[in-house]
Design a protein around this ligand. Structure first.
Ligand code: HEM
Length: 409
């Protein structure tokens, strides 16, 4: 289905068809800074080239994340119940980012390698219970579990709460999808979920102030700015963000990676024979799948990009999956190449708001896929994939697969 302008940010289009790669390719080649006015939401400029997304993202003084960092498919800017660091701009943004960014460096994360390994082992062990060759919903059994189990442990939440946390994050991020909607509207659904998470984390912060533990909640509960305390309300927003940002995105990178392996026993064999290839494979999964569809920036003054005049205040939409197929940067970008090098993809954004969880996501996918190829020699889809209705995250809600075990029971 060739996408039209009104489809580029239509949650329903993504729910039905997945990514409009043909249309993005046309835009990259004919109108890389393209004005879209006829659609359900506010008019915006669509940015589809790798180099433009890099330049815009690296200039946060001009291209701001306020007043919105994502487009909703309705007119106006919805009032969000909580703000998150993606809403902020420098200098405030830097101060907030610094509260937790030290916990996400590769060095700080060495402590969670073991957690990630055991979470992946457990998810895979539970995925196939009986004799191996059975159909499972890979999203339910594997990809949805790993990210939430990892971040939930980093935050220090007890295991019995993980299911609840998982549902809240679904509702917060996938609120436009009818499967997740609880309230009267997408905004309502998001608000209810976010408020529930906030009250949950409020009591956890309270607890960690009295009984500090070795977890991220304790780090945040005791965090201070150079010039004073961090308001509790902001800490709660922060925890919500960490939970939601890492969940849906990583889940879909994992599901997308599995989809790539479907009917590719050759690729599974290569990964099995050459364990080091998993790093390249995972980077290529990030590029090829690009779970985040878009982010928004708003220029504070008039700017010109690729010869197009953009007025101050008009939203600019950065389409990461398009940048990740940009033919000027990636040879045969529509092809999946596990050994692609270099691979300067923008799946995690770049610049001021560059994803804080990139190392966690990398560790998770590496651990999971290196274990998966030890267990299976082949995977086939046994039904259609069921996609998420969202213009922010390219999600798959269900993916039935049948795997052939490497060592039959
Ligand atoms: C495959 C998995 C993931 C993808 C594709 C992804 C993608 C992104 C993207 C595109 C951004 C915005 C970047 C920009 O505006 O330049 C972002 C920001 C962010 N991500 Fe991720 N992310 C992933 C996993 C995670 C994980 C696991 C966590 C945390 C545990 C996380 C936490 C964050 C946070 C806190 C931000 C906001 C950073 C800021 O505003 O300074 N992400 N991510």
């Amino acid at each position: 289905v060739n996408a039209r302008d009104e489809d580029l940010l239509s949650p329903e289009y993504y729910g039905r068809h997945g990514y409009p790669h043909d249309r993005w390719e046309q835009l990259r080649n004919s109108d890389p800074v393209h004005h879209v006015s006829e659609w359900a939401g506010d008019p915006y400029w669509a940015i589809t080239l790798h180099k433009d997304i890099m330049e815009i993202s690296r200039n946060p003084q001009v291209f701001r994340n306020s007043p919105r960092f994502m487009m909703s498919a309705t007119k106006g800017i919805p009032k969000e119940p909580f703000r998150i660091i993606l809403d902020m701009d420098p200098p405030e943004h830097r101060a907030y980012r610094a509260l937790a960014s030290r916990s996400f460096t590769p060095k700080a994360l060495t402590a969670i390698h073991a957690i990630i390994d055991s979470v992946c082992d457990e998810a895979l062990q539970q995925a196939w219970t009986d004799d191996g060759e059975q159909t499972i919903d890979f999203v339910d059994r594997v990809s949805s579990r790993v990210p939430i189990w990892v971040i939930a442990q980093m935050l220090g939440t007890p295991r019995e709460d993980w299911e609840m946390l998982y549902n809240w994050t679904n509702e917060a991020v996938g609120a436009a999808d009818p499967d997740y909607q609880k309230g009267r509207s997408a905004e309502d659904t998001r608000r209810i979920a976010v408020e529930a998470m906030a009250s949950y984390f409020a009591s956890m912060i309270e607890d960690r102030r009295r009984n500090p533990q070795n977890d991220l909640t304790s780090t945040l509960a005791h965090a201070r700015f150079d010039d004073g305390p961090v308001p509790d309300f902001e800490l709660l927003n922060y925890m919500n963000t960490l939970l939601a940002a890492g969940n849906e995105t990583t889940r879909n990178a994992i599901t997308g990676g599995m989809l790539i392996l479907a009917d590719r026993p050759d690729l599974i064999r290569r990964l099995y024979d050459d364990p080091d290839l998993v790093n390249g494979f995972v980077e290529e999964v990030f590029r090829y799948v690009s779970p985040v569809i878009h982010m928004v920036r708003t220029p504070v003054h008039d700017v010109t990009i690729q010869g197009r005049k953009i007025s101050a205040g008009c939203p600019i939409v950065l389409f990461y999956p398009s940048a990740n197929r940009d033919e000027d940067v990636f040879e045969s970008g529509h092809e999946f190449r596990a050994d692609r090098a270099p691979n300067p993809h923008l799946a995690f954004g770049i610049g001021e708001h560059f994803c804080m969880g990139i190392h966690v996501a990398r560790l998770e996918l590496r651990a999971l896929f290196s274990r998966l190829v030890q267990r299976i020699v082949q995977v086939e889809l046994t039904g259609d994939v069921d996609r998420l209705t969202s213009n922010l995250v390219g999600g798959i809600k269900r993916m039935p697969v049948r795997c052939t075990p490497r060592h039959p029971a």
